[in-house]
Structures are given as C-alpha cells and as structure tokens.
Write a protein that binds this ligand. Structure first.
Ligand code: PRX
Length: 632
C-alpha cells in the first residue's frame, strides 16, 4: 500500500501520469490523446480526444461479468415496494427510457430536466440521458414552482421527465401541479413531458405535450438503443446550486473526467468492491445522490440502494434492517439524519446484523462530536468517515482515503486534502497562503481543478470565472467559500461559509433566494434572512422583515398570521425546504452607513453571540431591537 502522502504528492506533481493511470479504471471507445489541457485557465479539459459514455461505464460494461447481479435495489417505505433490478434488468429499462426520449426527438446535447421522487424510473431517466449524450438536469423534488421555473428557463430542456407525486410519511405529495405552474411561469416551454403515473395523485395530462411513460414503455420492451460515444469533455449534466446571488447556478460537469473521478473514488476513498452493495441515503436531487446513489457505485460494479422514505418510518431501525438484508458494505449519509436517529431507541442499532458494513461516510454539513461518538459507539467502532465537498466538485475534497492508506479520523475534522486537490488556505484580505498550523483562512484549490469538478457554469463562462476564481486578492484560485483551519498533522476543520449560503439539514440554500421570495409578499417592505445554529438541522433560516403596512400587526396573533402567510409564499415558490423557521417583524434592519445589510451581526445576535465590530453601523437601535426580540 502506497503512503497517502506520496499518493497525494504524485497526483499534483506528476498529475498527468497519475490521472492516466486512474483513467484505466474506465472503458474508452477512443483513448484520450492528452490527459489535461490547461492552456486556458481556469478552464480545465480532461482526457482530451478520448471518447466514452457514462451509461456504458455504469451499466453495459458490467454485463459480461455480472449481468445477473443486483444493480439497483429500489426500496420505498412510502408505497411498500421493494424491487431489485439486475444489471441486465437495468440495461433493459434504461434502453426503454432512452427509446422513449429518442422518439420525442432527444439527441446528443439536448437538455432533459428530471423532476422526480426517489423511484427507480428516476435512475432509468438519468442513465438514459447519459446513454444518448443528452444533458440531464435533476431538480430536487422538494423544490416548488418558482425554483423549478428558473431552472427550466436556464436549462431550456426539450423534454421534462416527472411523476404524478412523491410521498412523505405515507402521504402523497403532488408534483404535477407544481410542474404545470413552473412551465407556465417559465419563458422556455419543453416540447414534451413524460409522466410516470404512480397513481398517487390524479392529474389531467396536457394534450399534445404530456406522454404516459407506461404506455410508451410498452412499445419498447425489446428496443435496442446503443450508447452514443461522446467526447470526454461533452457535458454529462448540469445541477443547480445556490450562491450569493438569488439566481441559482447550473454547475456543468463533463463526461470523461467525472467517470474517471468516480471510478477512482470507489477503491481509494470508499473501498467499494465490485459485487458489493452501496447504500447512500441522499436524494437524486443533490450532488451526493448523483455521484453516490447513481453513478459511482454502478461504475464500480456495485449494487446501489435507492431509498424512498423517512429514516424513522416504520421505525428508526429501517436503514439498519436494509444493511442486514442487502449486506450493505458501504453506507453514506448526512449528520442530520444521524441526529434524527439519535433520538430513537438505541436498541434499534443492535437489533440487526451489521457485520457486512465496512464504514459509514457522512458529508454535507459539519459533523458534531456527540453525533459522531454516538454513531461510532452504536456501530461498534466501525469507521465513521466525515468527508467534505461541494456540488461544484462532484466528489470529496477532504477525507481520509483508507483505500490508499489506513488513517485515523479526528473528531470534528473531515480529514486531509484528497489526491488531485491542491488545497491552499489563504488570507481573505491579502491572498497570501497560510502555511502555519491553526491559522484561519479561506479554503481554496489551485487550478486545474481535478477531473469530475465543474467545467463551468452552464451558459455563463464569465460567471464561472468571476464567482469562483476572482474572489481572493492577487491570486487566481478556486474559492470554496468555506473558512477553515489546518492542524499540524494536515487535518482540516471547516468553520462555515464566507458567503450568504446556509446549510439546513445538509441542504444548501441561498439566503438571497429566500429573501427574494419573502419580498414578493405584498406586505413585506424589506427582509434579511440569516442562518441560525440549530441542534437538529445544523442551521435553520430565520427571517427579519419590515412590514409595509404595520397597522395589521396589532398583537402577537396578528403577527403570527402574517408570519404564516409569508411562510406559505416561500413554500409555494421555493418549497418547504427553504421555509424559514421564524419570520420576525421589526421596524428597522441594521445596516452600514452605505446601506449594506449587516447580516453577520444579525446572525450573531440571533445566535446569542457578540456581534463584533459595529463601527460602520448606521442605527444601533435596529440591532438592539433584534436582541430584545430574540430574548423575549
Ligand atoms: O459549507 C460546506 C458544507 O456544504 C457546502 C457544500 O454543499 P453542497 O454543494 O450541497 O455539497 C454537498 C456535498 C457533500 C460546503 O461548501 N459541507 C459539505 N460537507 C461538509 C461541509 N461542512 C462541514 N463538513 C463537511 N463534511
């Protein structure tokens, strides 16, 4: 086993040789001519001249050796369904979906938007797009019509694939009305919508536009749709994520680099072996779901569990029962989910045979020590592996790589910089690199970003450069927008975002988007949304709003009524996932003399902390009002 330090050093200093070796883990129709073209920074092109296909690597290439092995295990505790698709079954289903898309005119480079619950058809849809070289854009099912509309408009999909409804806690959650509304709101109209009818929520199809999945599938039971070989740099998908401005960014991923990065991560980071089982509890609407429910495990020849349902229904043992039943080797979840389980009977953990499980990976938000300890004890000392990354990077930046060299974890730290990532901590004021131990700086990555990371922002190269590469003075480096320190052993500790992004239960949300939504309420003049620490969810959004007409705010009951109304607006526009935990009405918001909202100061006092330096504040009474309201 190589030492991790050597492995990492080689990945940076002998970059092309390192990645040429990793590229052997995937099938190429045409081998790459050049490993990395970084002649036009910060735009990196990986495996130039190579031709491959993501779906081929995830499905077809396994047919020779493991056609009858489980590939996709769909479990829904919402609808009491459980079905295993072998690689052969998956290959057939993906071709059926691809044939439907082809019939509707979808060709290489076309966009297909996927707005679906956690059902097997969502996996077929993603893989079918990859098969055709169409660019998918999955929108999280928890987003409502306004969020969906902005994504439809930006991605301009030829076809949308959706379903009548999702389900939560045994109750159907209709998708179709939100989708119809979103299409109405969007300037771009898709030519067709493929509807998977789960019979959870009746709907009326739009004539000429909507097609029924089951009826179309029946026409294509034996249709063969070959994989379309695409250039390595051909975009495989876009995935929208939040940033500082209200407009979500379409993170654009390539094909070859992403396939290689995921293929390499399976042995090196996750120690996942072909024939094993991977259980990632995320959602296909998030990056973790893209990489580690769908593509990573399948590329690695593993079975993957796609789970629809809550972690505590029928009881808090459901996930562990799946580990036992399907002999899960690698599990991947989020700290919030573990905090939810922590409230359940601990006996549920010892009830099942978890001997197959090698490790539990956690990502998406800080892993607090009590939660890490609880689950580590519950799993009898099995490794609990924190890993830190972003939608933009597509796979982990920081972790320990037990597949390269066994290393201990440190509580509170996601570990060290992973191979391929030239991570630097820099001073946000001077851009100077901070090389000493325990110095706080911005976590940045020197270009070229490794394979699998974003190529650009969909349709907006300028925004890609200005958003990520021009934020640190005197340096062109990629900013993660996270504060961090590194200790003397090279372990990093993440200290929170430098921008207006908040992290609610592992879901990344832009406070500006929430503010824009709240401002659309006719009686809201101005609003500030901040993230406030929360024991269960890590953070929750809290809104401080000024009403236009205060005459209605006569008493607490009246305030509650307006608060509920505002929450409803957010629910219907963005989705319940973005709903603030409180909307508190104030008469003024703290600002600088030049009129900039002092969000950091608001956040500090909302968390009961000292707001720090307030010399630039215009009206101290505004902040005092918030202090008093929080106290009361
Ligand atoms: O602030 C960091 C936090 O989540 C952000 C990225 O969120 P998202 O794009 O949704 O991607 C999640 C992929 C796992 C980061 O900028 N974050 C992510 N992982 C961790 C984390 N914060 C602390 N510890 C982590 N392990």
């Amino acid at each position: 086993m190589a030492s991790f330090a050597d492995f990492h050093t080689r990945s940076i200093q002998d970059r092309d040789a390192f990645w040429a070796e990793q590229a052997k883990l995937v099938d190429w129709k045409v081998s790459p001519q050049q490993i990395c073209d970084y002649s036009n920074p910060p735009f990196a092109k990986w495996f130039v001249g190579g031709q491959t296909n993501l779906c081929h690597n995830a499905v077809d290439r396994h047919l020779a050796e493991r056609a009858d092995q489980a590939a996709l295990i769909f479990v829904s505790t919402e609808t009491d369904q459980e079905k295993t698709y072998t690689f052969r079954d998956l290959h057939a289903e993906v071709q059926r979906m691809a044939a439907i898309l082809k019939d509707l005119g979808v060709v290489k480079g076309d966009r297909v938007l996927i707005y679906m619950p956690m059902i097997a058809e969502a996996a077929f849809a993603m893989l079918a797009c990859a098969r055709l070289g169409a660019i998918h854009s999955v929108v999280f099912g928890g987003f409502a019509s306004h969020s969906l509309a902005t994504r439809i408009e930006d991605a301009s999909p030829k076809v949308i694939i959706s379903a009548d409804a999702g389900s939560r806690g045994g109750k159907g959650v209709p998708y179709k009305p939100l989708l119809d509304e979103a299409i109405k709101l969007s300037a771009h109209k898709p030519a067709h919508v493929i509807m998977v009818d789960r019979k959870l929520a009746p709907f009326t199809p739009v004539a000429g536009r909507d097609v029924d999945y089951a009826a179309e599938r029946a026409k294509h039971m034996d249709t063969v749709v070959p994989c379309e070989w695409v250039e390595s740099t051909h975009p495989s998908y876009t995935l929208y994520t939040s940033g500082t401005t209200g407009k979500p960014k379409g993170v654009q991923r390539d094909t070859g680099g992403y396939t290689v990065a995921l293929a390499a991560s399976m042995p090196h980071i996750f120690e996942g072996k072909p024939g094993g089982t991977f259980f990632c509890t995320s959602d296909i609407g998030w990056v973790v779901g893209h990489s580690y429910i769908i593509y990573g495990p399948l590329i690695g020849g593993m079975a993957t569990i796609l789970y629809e349902g809550l972690p505590i229904r029928p009881d808090g043992g459901i996930w562990w029962s799946l580990v036992e039943k399907y002999k899960v080797n690698v599990m991947f979840s989020a700290p919030t989910a573990i905090r939810v389980l922590k409230k359940q009977d601990p006996a549920l953990l010892s009830k099942y045979d978890l001997s197959s499980l090698q490790a539990l990976f956690l990502a998406g938000e800080p892993l607090d020590e009590p939660t890490a300890k609880w689950i580590s004890e519950g799993l009898n000392g099995k490794p609990i592996i924190d890993n830190y990354w972003q939608t933009e990077t597509g796979w982990p930046i920081l972790s320990i790589c037990n597949g390269v060299e066994k290393a201990p974890s440190k509580f509170g730290s996601p570990g060290k910089a992973i191979y391929g990532y030239n991570v630097k901590l820099v001073d946000d004021q001077t851009g100077e690199e901070l090389t000493g131990a325990n110095q706080k700086g911005v976590l940045t990555i020197e270009g070229p970003l490794p394979p699998g990371n974003l190529q650009t922002i969909w349709g907006d190269d300028k925004r890609f450069v200005s958003t990520y590469w021009n934020t640190v003075p005197n340096k062109m480096v990629y900013s993660t927008f996270d504060w961090a320190v590194r200790d003397e052993d090279g372990y990093f500790f993440i200290l929170g975002r430098t921008d207006d992004v908040i992290n609610v239960a592992g879901h990344r949300l832009g406070t500006r988007e929430i503010e824009e939504s709240i401002s659309s309420h006719p009686n809201v003049a101005e609003v500030a949304v901040v993230g406030v620490a929360d024991q269960l969810k890590g953070q929750v959004a809290m809104a401080f709003a000024i009403a236009k007409d205060t005459s209605c705010l006569t008493d607490d009951a009246a305030r509650k009524t307006l608060e509920a109304e505002v929450m409803k607006v957010v629910d219907s526009q963005l989705g319940a996932v973005a709903r603030p935990s409180r909307v508190i009405f104030v008469t003024a918001l703290p600002k600088t003399r030049s009129g900039k909202l002092l969000r950091r100061a608001i956040q500090a006092v909302a968390e009961g902390r000292d707001p720090g330096d307030l010399t630039t504040m215009d009206d101290p009474a505004a902040l005092q009002q918030i202090v008093d309201l929080i106290k009361s």
